[in-house]
Design a protein. Structure first.
Length: 181
């Protein structure tokens, strides 16, 4: 994914969530969103990258994190790959018994609320037809709910995680999106 971004003309800043990779702590919904805000603040305040040059990119769970980040920080654009309308939506869709519990019991990552307003940054939604984790219908729903300044790219054969043969398709989608900004 980083290679596709670099080949498309983007710079890349990667970080680990709490409890993942080399990061300490335990992962939580609040924690991963705080990590995204901290990474953003580092870029703006320490590296002096203008917010107008930051494109927030989320893949899978990262789509929800990116959506939440875009609610509290200004970004140039948003890319959501292999995502979901909201974490609660995906849980209810996949785990029927979650309907039995009050929604307030579950913290949420809500992509729809982030892109529904007219003031969201330009949005690219990328999803594959063979995604077994989150169906392509999620991407279409998210696209339908998003306000203007949006683009949907469905990649035939793309599974939930990017494979090398999918790299050119993702790179094309990213390059086209970058040129439109």
């Amino acid at each position: 994914m980083a290679e596709a971004l670099l080949r498309s003309g983007f710079s890349v800043f990667l970080y680990d969530y709490q409890g993942y990779g080399c990061s300490q702590g335990s992962p939580s919904i609040k924690g991963v969103v705080d990590d995204a805000v901290s990474a953003y603040d580092y870029l703006v305040n320490v590296e002096h990258i203008p917010s107008s040059q930051i494109v927030a990119y989320g893949e899978s769970l990262g789509c929800g994190v990116t959506a939440e980040l875009s609610k509290v920080r200004s970004v140039r654009a948003i890319v959501l790959q292999s995502g979901f309308p909201s974490l609660t939506w995906a849980a209810h869709d996949r785990l029927w018994f979650t309907w039995l519990y009050p929604q307030v019991w579950f913290p949420d990552l809500d992509c729809i609320s982030a892109v529904r307003s007219n003031d969201h940054a330009p949005l690219l939604i990328v999803h594959g037809t063979e995604d077994a984790a989150f169906p392509v219908a999620y991407a279409k729903l998210l696209y339908d709910k998003a306000s203007d300044r949006k683009k949907l790219v469905i990649i035939d054969g793309l599974r939930h995680n990017l494979d090398w043969p999918d790299l050119p398709h993702l790179q094309t989608a990213l390059s086209d999106f970058r040129r439109s900004l």
